[in-house]
Ligand binder design. Structure first.
Ligand code: EPS
Length: 382
């Protein structure tokens, strides 16, 4: 069984992660993992914290000579900001004035009551999206397994606040990487940057949307056997598990509700030359019956504006029981571009389990042999 865990507070010493169940002999390119971590740190609208951090993976276990051993992989990403927050966050002696005014939309209030914490810092430190650095790190390791199987994942930003870019079936990833908001549509990207500037000036924050696309997923990943094995549910659950994500759509998503069946599905036809079965459209977003159907998996993810506003929302001081503005802590104005990178990571993490469930294998060679056997058997079926 493949599984992963993360731990770490935003201003604590480090984030740590464990990946358990990856096969042996996956060669890891550390530079690419660090590049992915850097991509998450970027994006227009990030706050001052990202000038302090320089996220880099350190391997603690499960790797030797640059290859996975098949044993649990343990990794660490340090929080540079810990140095300035030692007094506050030292695991044994940390202390400081309590945060008392919960931010609407944040974990502050529910977490304080749930964990009986009078200092909201004890909740927000783990709720912080800083933790996504570790998910991105773990996802970047899974990416290198998945690429060996021909499965690649990418994303772009399609909306920031009120600015909606045209939705694209295909795009050039270089245009995404060049864009400060990770939007390949140039005039929309400019408008998005202006919208972020405007929100910042007003002490406000912005949400938005991003698209994640996975190519090369073989047919039959996920299962209709049980509800919790359906690939759409697994992917949506993983993405909904990202801080700020409020909705996940597969293919047409919510739009399908208003369409007649004749315009909602993807017909089958025979390719003229080779006689192969093809689908001229991909409205289903690559998943039918809870299983991958061989088309690209396309997911649309909506994120809320982050709840830390410089022009604080109305709140209360829980200690004094008085009206008071929500606590203001240093934060970002817009995290949608970073969210897209986290989205890619979550999709990779979520796909790895079902992929390994289908093909198994204690070593990469065994996993690949099983994949090839399965593909050959599928070809021979009809
Ligand atoms: C975050 C608040 C900010 C963000 C942080 C997420 O941190 P700080 O309060 O230290 O300025 O920068 O994101 C990261 C540190 C990161 O690596 O993405 C929050 O409250 O969620």
């Amino acid at each position: 069984m493949f599984r992963y865990l993360t731990a770490g507070e935003s201003h604590g010493p480090a984030l740590v992660g464990i990946l358990d169940g990856l096969p042996s002999h996956v060669k890891l390119d550390v530079e690419r993992i660090n590049e992915t971590l850097l991509r998450r740190q970027g994006g227009y609208g990030r706050g001052a914290r990202m000038k302090i951090e320089r996220d880099e993976v350190e391997f603690l276990a499960g790797i030797r000579g640059g290859e996975t051993l098949g044993s649990p992989i343990a990794v660490l990403v340090r929080n540079r900001d810990y140095e300035r927050n030692r007094e506050l966050m030292d695991p044994l002696t940390g202390t400081g004035p309590p945060l008392t005014n919960p931010r609407p939309g944040h974990a502050d209030y529910a977490g304080a009551l749930k964990y009986r914490q009078r200092d909201l810092r004890n909740v927000l430190e783990r709720a912080s999206a800083r933790e996504t650095a570790m998910r991105v790190c773990l996802g970047a390791i899974c990416a290198q397994l998945l690429e060996n199987l021909g499965i690649t994942t990418r994303s772009y930003v399609s909306q920031i606040g009120p600015v909606v870019a045209p939705e694209l079936d295909e795009w050039n990833q270089c245009d995404v990487e060049k864009s400060d908001v990770r939007c390949p549509h140039e005039s929309s990207a400019r408008a998005m940057i202006a919208a972020i500037d405007e929100a910042k000036a007003a002490g406000d924050t912005l949400g938005g949307r991003f698209i994640v696309r996975v190519d090369g997923v073989p047919v039959g990943i996920g299962s209709n056997r049980q509800p919790n094995q359906r690939l759409d549910g697994i992917l949506a659950g993983a993405l909904m598990g990202v801080q700020t994500v409020k909705a996940v759509e597969v293919g047409l998503g919510g739009e399908v509700a208003g369409r007649p069946g004749s315009q909602a599905h993807d017909v089958f036809q025979l390719e003229k030359s080779a006689g192969a079965v093809v689908r001229p459209s991909n409205r289903a977003g690559g998943i039918e019956g809870g299983m991958s159907n061989g088309e690209p998996i396309v997911l649309r993810v909506s994120v809320k504006p982050i709840p830390t506003l410089m022009k604080a929302l109305k709140s209360v001081n829980l200690h004094e029981r008085t009206d008071a503005p929500a606590s203001i802590v240093r934060s970002d104005v817009c995290v949608v571009p970073a969210g897209a990178i986290v989205g890619e990571a979550m999709v990779r993490l979520a796909l790895t389990g079902p992929v390994l469930e289908k093909y198994g294998g204690d070593s990469l060679q065994e996993t690949l042999a099983n994949l090839h056997r399965s593909n050959a058997a599928a070809k021979a079926l009809f």
